[in-house]
Design a protein around this ligand. Structure first.
Ligand code: ATP
Length: 203
């Protein structure tokens, strides 16, 4: 029996982490591509060597670790650099997701892909769950959580896919417009739905 793969996405501050934590509490395996991306650039990893080869030694800190802020700054205004960085990281992330999912024996799993709409990684998953929230709410949450000002929060949002682009990919939409308890209740319903779908598929 192969595991049903749910792709979880949503804009910044939409509530993805809260949702994936709920799935984890139900015992559902969660693969987080942000976490994979961090592991792939640890010292000694091939992807880090490729980044240094392309972007130079000044994207490392004194301890030889990736200086994220410097690299982010570097590629922010440089579309070609961004493409190069993606060309290094995305194939590695894809391979890691496939490898990890292949070892799972659960009825279904969740793969968190924040930039699903931007990266076109939809082929890695069978069903897409979009966590959706009004932009004003996303901005409010990001300002509170990350201590950035509203202008910065707007800038981050503007650099991401639009709500409409994400929703166009959705099989399921979790409207995160109420309180945290309302969010948790929606995850409970989705958990039942995914168990049913997984059971029907393997019957
Ligand atoms: P990012 O993409 O930035 O990592 P995210 O999509 O993972 O964000 P979360 O970290 O889950 O979003 O949520 C952002 C913040 O908003 C958190 O502090 C979370 O506790 C809070 N939050 C999320 N949903 C709600 C809600 N319905 N009511 C109140 N606070 C919420």
């Amino acid at each position: 029996m192969t595991v049903l793969i749910i792709g979880l996405t949503g804009g910044i501050g939409s509530g993805k982490t809260r949702v994936s934590d709920c799935f984890i509490r139900y015992g559902v395996p969660v693969v987080d591509t942000d976490q994979l991306a961090r592991e792939l650039v640890e010292p000694g990893q091939l992807a880090l060597a490729e980044i240094v080869a392309h972007f130079g030694l000044d994207c490392l800190d004194d301890a030889g670790r990736l200086h994220r802020a410097r690299l982010r700054e570097r590629v922010f205004a440089d579309a070609e650099g961004r493409r190069r960085l993606e060309a290094i990281l995305h194939p590695c992330i894809r391979a890691q997701v496939r490898e990890r999912v292949a070892t799972l024996t659960a009825p279904y799993c969740v793969v968190v892909i924040p930039l699903l709409a931007e990266t076109g990684m939809t082929d890695l998953v069978e069903r897409v769950l979009v966590v959706d929230a009004p932009e004003a709410e996303q901005i409010r949450r990001v300002v509170v959580r990350d201590q950035v000002d509203e202008t910065q929060a707007h800038r981050i949002l503007a650099a991401q896919a639009s709500r409409a682009q994400r929703l166009a990919l959705a099989d399921d939409v979790l409207e995160n417009i109420g309180d945290l308890e309302a969010l948790d209740r929606q995850v409970a319903l989705l958990h039942q739905r995914y168990l049913t779908l997984a059971a029907a598929r393997s019957a």
